[in-house]
Design a protein around this ligand. Structure first.
Ligand code: MG
Length: 351
């Protein structure tokens, strides 16, 4: 057996002696032999390949705990893990990019050049569905604010209503110009606290999703966490503008599940994020006259396919009618869950 000193091994695998000592402590890469008298670490030449893999994975930015998992796998399973890790990094980077765009937009937004005044026509309704004894959803629509929250757990109903209630001041208060980001951040913090109070004992695991749009006069600011959704109907096309924070969506993102498989996955409603667990997604949307926005709980999207949602949303002459037909469609499909919809049209202000 050929023993390499830590210095020689370090040179060969391009990991510093300091890193090697750390990886030894973390049980990530143990030396083949430690001299009982001097404490010197010695490595076997056969360990070089693993050390180089660790070095590469560090360059990729992979956390040490995950590297340890990858190193314990065979080559094809390890490749699968690296692929999944990288897909996740890209998804997280995309979210940070959205936040960066939001900030850039927020800091450079001047007065609108287009003199057209826009406003929202809106409607919202929440229905218990055909199966559930109670309605734990809350839906709201006003001239500035649209919100849908889907409560879960034994105190889900007060949780969802507290979240929406805590945002309602945004609908009436004069919005400070150019300060939408801080305002929203504060509002979400208030909603989070209100939900924690309403949800009661944390051990009971009650909480809520929250998807809300705030009208700023020309743009819509979006706050989103959980598996309720926001859609935009523009020029006849339906675009989903939120990501589901669910286990199945993360499996789809990592390429471990197809969207078709997700539809019948036993844990398809398992949430990874809810209000209070982590910061919600924030986004700013440019609007155009003629845009129609839909916020809905999963009681709609779990039983009505998107193609049908698009048709129904496009055919409703006004927001009231659109909300009514969408909820009826969910109930016609069995109504297994509470279903909530909020719809708003961006229209030119009548002068
Ligand atoms: Mg639901």
């Amino acid at each position: 057996m050929e023993w390499l000193t830590i210095g020689a091994f370090s040179k060969a695998c391009r990991l510093s002696p300091k890193a090697l000592r750390l990886y030894d402590e973390l049980d990530l890469l143990r030396p083949a032999r430690v001299d009982p008298n001097t404490g010197y670490r010695y490595y076997a030449a056969g360990q070089l390949e693993q050390a180089r893999l660790v070095a590469w994975l560090r360059r990729l930015g992979m956390p040490l705990a995950r590297i340890r998992e990858v190193c314990a796998l065979g080559p094809s399973a390890a490749a699968e893990e690296i692929r999944a890790y990288w897909t996740r990094v890209e998804a997280e980077t995309a979210q940070r990019r959205d936040l960066a765009e939001f900030l850039i937009d927020h800091m450079t937004a001047g007065p609108r050049k287009d003199p057209t005044m826009l406003e929202l026509r809106h409607s919202a309704h929440s229905d218990p569905g055909r199966v559930r004894p109670r309605n734990q959803d809350t839906a709201y629509a006003g001239s500035r604010l649209l919100a849908v929250a889907d409560g879960f757990g034994p105190r889900g109903a007060p949780a969802s209503s507290a979240a929406v209630e805590a945002l309602r001041f945004l609908d009436t208060e004069e919005l400070p110009a150019g300060n939408v980001l801080n305002l929203l951040d504060e509002a979400v913090r208030g909603a989070t606290e209100a939900v924690q109070d309403a949800a009661g004992d944390p051990a009971q695991d009650a909480g809520t999703t929250l998807t809300a749009l705030l009208w700023t006069g020309s743009r819509l600011a979006l706050v989103h966490i959980g598996d309720s959704r926001a859609y935009l109907l523009r020029d006849g096309g339906l675009f989903r503008i939120t990501d589901d924070h669910t286990l199945v969506q993360s499996l789809i993102d990592e390429g471990r599940l197809t969207p078709e498989e997700a539809d019948s996955h036993p844990q398809r409603s398992l949430l990874l994020k809810a209000l209070g667990t982590t910061a919600p997604d924030l986004r700013l949307h440019e609007t155009r006259p003629g845009d129609r926005y839909l916020l809905c709980s999963d009681g709609l999207t779990s039983v009505v396919p998107e193609a049908r949602i698009r048709r129904l949303l496009a055919s409703g002459p006004d927001p009231d009618e659109a909300v009514r037909t969408l909820i009826a469609a969910a109930n016609d499909a069995g109504g297994p869950d509470n279903v909530s919809c909020a719809v708003a049209d961006v229209v030119e202000t009548a002068t």
